[in-house]
Design a protein around this ligand. Sequence first.
Ligand SMILES: Nc1ncnc2c1ncn2[C@@H]1O[C@H](COP(=O)(O)OP(=O)(O)O)[C@@H](O)[C@H]1O
Length: 498
Amino acid sequence: MGKVAVAFAAAAVLVSCSVAAVMVGRRIKSRAKWRAVVEILKEMEEACRTPVGRLRQVVDAMAVEMHAGLASEGGSKLKMLLTFVHHLPNGTEKGTYYALHLGGTYFRILRVHLGGERSYLDVQDVERHPIPSHLMNSTSEVLFNFLAFSMERFIEKEGKESNSQGVKRELAFTFSFPVKHSSISSGVLIKWTKGFEISEMVGKDVAECLQGALNRRGLDIHVAALVNDTVGALSLGYYHDPDTVVAVVFGTGSNACYLERTDAIIKSQGLLTTSGSVVVNMEWGNFWSSHLPRTSYDIDLDAESSNPNDMGFEKMIAGLYLGDIVRRVIRHMSQVSDIFGPTSSMLSEPYVLRTNSVSAMHEDDTPELQQVARILKDLGVSDVPLKVRKLVVKICDVVTRRAGRLAAAGIAGILKKVGRDGSGGITSGRSRSEMRMQKRTVVAVEGGLYMNYTMFREYMEEALVEILGEEVSQYVVVKAMEDGSSIGSALLVASLQS
Ligand SMILES: Nc1ncnc2c1ncn2[C@@H]1O[C@H](COP(=O)(O)OP(=O)(O)O)[C@@H](O)[C@H]1O
């Protein structure tokens, strides 16, 4: 071999050595990046842990806050609002009634016809539309004109042969935001939540605004009741099953109401009702306790939201927020590692990842996780390997598991307050034999998150059994109420007439 050939051979060896070294270096780097990502997941999992001991602390805190909110105005972050609902529909109602429901994402209109027997409940013409997003930060006039216009179109479709023609229509306005009631049919908006921002509306009478808009359109419709969506769900639950004492909504936001004894409402001493009880709208989205497992992602989400330092519990458990928590974790991982490829600017867009997509990824049962790949692609993250897709599923699981378990702790907190958790209420303990006398208790549940996200529902129901124990759980029935908020509100109006 000549000198030149030897030099080439030596250079070739050197080049292949350095290529190998670069490849090894890259592998080490990518292993380090993977480790960094796994570390983020581990930290997040740790911060989201909800062992049953911690859940029980949340249960106790919920019951304590409920007491405080009933004791004095402003005594707790839980407003514990009186709804002026003393009687719930019992099945004897008759006639045709309407409901118009303004939720966080959807508005719905429907008509129910009641024949005076529980079995004769005919729900007709349910319309459900997304709320046009520009309305959420428009003016009260624009918002209510739109609702009145939608109501007018609904009625026009009834046609001339409708049996309610020529008769004043009785309407329930189901309103999923906090209201301070002065009667069952009037109340002022306390604040907006769930991304709505029409500040001049705060302090105005909500039913009056709708009635005014209906009158301006010349519609012969009477706003007979202003009903929180949870109270609607409770009404439908009670109509079907009088053991229903609690209702919870898990949709865009989250809230709960329950039947309380009037003598337990210290802040309204002297409140008398013929039934001896009243429905209390807890506005539990604003619940807070140091026992809630909060992460840096929750803190950032809150700080960047339209209502910082507000609705802390809702921001951990409700549909509007779960997607955004998952997005924040993915974005953090994409900042410390290139496992998601070049950082997509879409990942920085708040609320771009919806909770519907989180459930689609979480429940993706295709072998290659094609749903996950498709949703990530929509976020500008293409061609990620299977192990990264699995990691995303894990993030969805951690966030939703925490949400479901905390939701269960909230429900158990209410059961504790009303003495239906097997412990005999907040102050006294009970013997085993007394526990056997536990009353059957139905919890009516509704909302898009609960109805459509199976894993959320399963985690919630599993944790409820864990908290209450097998024995007491036998007496607690969780019942889904599809469209319960709207149907139940119409039933409530019917019960006011009978
Ligand atoms: N398939 C789904 N998976 C997860 N969450 C869902 C799903 N479908 C709906 N949701 C959640 O439920 C919310 C809608 O809740 P819903 O009770 O129907 O309406 P609203 O809150 O407007 O009254 C959506 O914004 C979303 O957060």
